[in-house]
Design a binder for this molecule. Structure first.
Ligand SMILES: *Cc1c(COP(=O)(O)O)cnc(C)c1O
Length: 461
């Protein structure tokens, strides 16, 4: 390197690591993370992207922006309430407080009165039973798929699971219910046809080899036309007559009926109709943490809880804490978003639109997460040029819009009203960056390429 090479002036690693602001960052971040930030900034300077005197401020700015987790909070402007790619349900304030409290040592499996071991997650269990009175007992596991695996293993391994061909669905990327069930060593006994299954189909299949009858809510799949099936109510006498447990996998599972979603099954009704146990997810319409819920008859729940596999799928203290607080705390964000008042959504959209000179258009949100497929949630969206989408996604705060029909749509249904100002700032910044990169165009595709194109409404699960 020549004497006058400016790269000689790039601050050395030990110099930068010794700065007091950098040492303070070590309280939040590991040594490895801090060193990586320093090295990367030096590399940029060696490439000529930064002047030597810019290295120190760049290191400090990068450290200030860096948190220990790489997960970036996102404002969900898609209108899809349970958005799997965004972690499904955002937690309520009560659930977040409970998570923080459970971060330390907690009495998740200890009776503080007696000092002896207690039933794990008793608080979450009690909250579930209070929220769903028809349930005699409850068990919480890691997620809905784990609850289904545990149920079929405990009730039907080496035997048969009787299920309608119309319910052998694929639910999310790579999640095929029949494959999951067969992985447990249970055999599928498929009955009926894809579009029609009758009670006599079940009756002919049931016998000494039957481990359980399974009803599956097909979630994001709908069958229309010449169809028929047998609901839980209709299967009850058959299951009782043969002494075979009747299991209902509700998927997004409400605990009680929601008048806004008349087609969506709920746990309380399914149990009253005769299901011995129901299975549901904690992070879909319930609006809680990832969890698998098993609710129902105490002797059947006990067979699941007592199976060795239950230990492999048990819920952790954080999920138990957040689940209990979701049930006992104020309205969960998922519930508020589902029931948002369209007039209020319009007012908010118009305020944002007026501030940036964009139009407001009617826009239907969705439940997502396999809930209420095809049921629109009427609302409004601010319409921006499509090229704003990648700027919004990579801005701070990050904003995920819906890209549809060559437009970037912002639906405020799932944005907390308290974040409206942050959203406006993010939109202004994105539009300003767009104008700066492409001064000729006030609209249209700009230069941002195709990274934001395609429909990204996140309905896939
Ligand atoms: C979502 C879903 C599952 C899986 O639940 P996870 O909590 O995602 O594991 C199982 N069954 C049905 C019917 C579902 O909709």
């Amino acid at each position: 390197m020549a004497q006058d090479d400016p790269r000689r002036l790039i601050p050395r690693t030990d110099q930068l690591m010794g700065l007091s602001a950098v040492r303070r960052a070590r309280e939040r971040l590991s040594e490895a993370v801090v060193r990586a930030v320093v090295r990367e900034t030096q590399r940029r300077a060696r490439r000529g992207d930064l002047a030597p005197e810019e290295v120190e401020p760049a290191v400090l700015a990068a450290l200030a922006a860096r948190s220990a987790s790489s997960l970036t909070p996102v404002l969900n402007a898609t209108g899809v309430v349970v958005h799997t790619n965004l972690g499904r349900a955002p937690l309520s304030a009560a659930a977040v407080d409970a998570l923080v409290a459970a971060g330390g040592y907690v009495d998740v499996e200890l009776d503080l009165e007696t000092g002896t071991r207690s039933r794990r997650g008793a608080g979450a269990r009690a909250a579930l039973l209070a929220a769903c009175p028809p349930a005699g007992d409850a068990l919480v596991v890691n997620n809905g798929a784990a609850a289904l695996v545990l149920a079929t293993t405990a009730l039907a391994a080496g035997r048969e699971v009787v299920i309608s061909r119309g319910e052998l669905v694929e639910i999310g990327a790579g999640f095929r219910l029949p494959e999951l069930i067969e992985s447990t060593g249970a055999r599928l006994r498929e009955v009926g046809t894809t579009n029609r299954t009758h009670l006599r189909d079940y009756a002919e299949a049931i016998g000494p080899q039957t481990g359980c009858l399974l009803k599956v809510h097909p979630s994001n799949f709908r069958l229309e036309g010449f169809t028929s099936g047998v609901d839980v109510d209709g299967l009850r006498p058959l299951a009782r007559a043969h002494g075979v447990p009747l299991v209902a996998d509700l998927g997004s599972g409400l605990l009680t009926p929601d008048p806004h979603l008349p087609g969506e099954p709920d746990a309380g009704t399914a149990l009253e109709d005769g299901a011995d146990i129901v299975i549901a997810s904690g992070d879909k319409l319930l609006g809680g943490p990832q969890a698998g819920l098993v609710l129902g008859r105490p002797d059947v729940v006990a067979r699941l809880a007592g199976h060795p596999l239950a230990r492999a799928v048990r819920a952790d203290k954080l999920a138990l804490a957040a689940l209990e607080a979701t049930l006992a705390g104020g309205t969960a964000p998922v519930v508020s978003a589902l029931h948002a008042d369209p007039d209020r959504l319009r007012d908010r959209a118009e305020r944002l639109a007026a501030a940036v000179g964009a139009p407001v258009v009617p826009h239907d949100g969705r439940v997502g997460g396999g809930g209420a497929p095809g049921v629109p949630l009427p609302g409004w969206a601010v319409r921006l040029p499509e090229a704003a989408a990648p700027r919004l996604r990579t801005g701070r705060p990050a904003v995920l819009p819906r890209v549809h029909d060559h437009a970037c749509l912002l639906d405020l249904r799932c944005v907390p009203e308290s974040d409206d100002d942050r959203l406006l700032a993010a939109v202004r910044a994105a539009l300003a960056a767009l104008a700066a990169s492409d001064p000729g165009s006030g609209d249209g595709d700009g230069n941002s390429g195709s990274s934001g194109s395609g429909d990204s409404d996140g309905r896939a699960r």
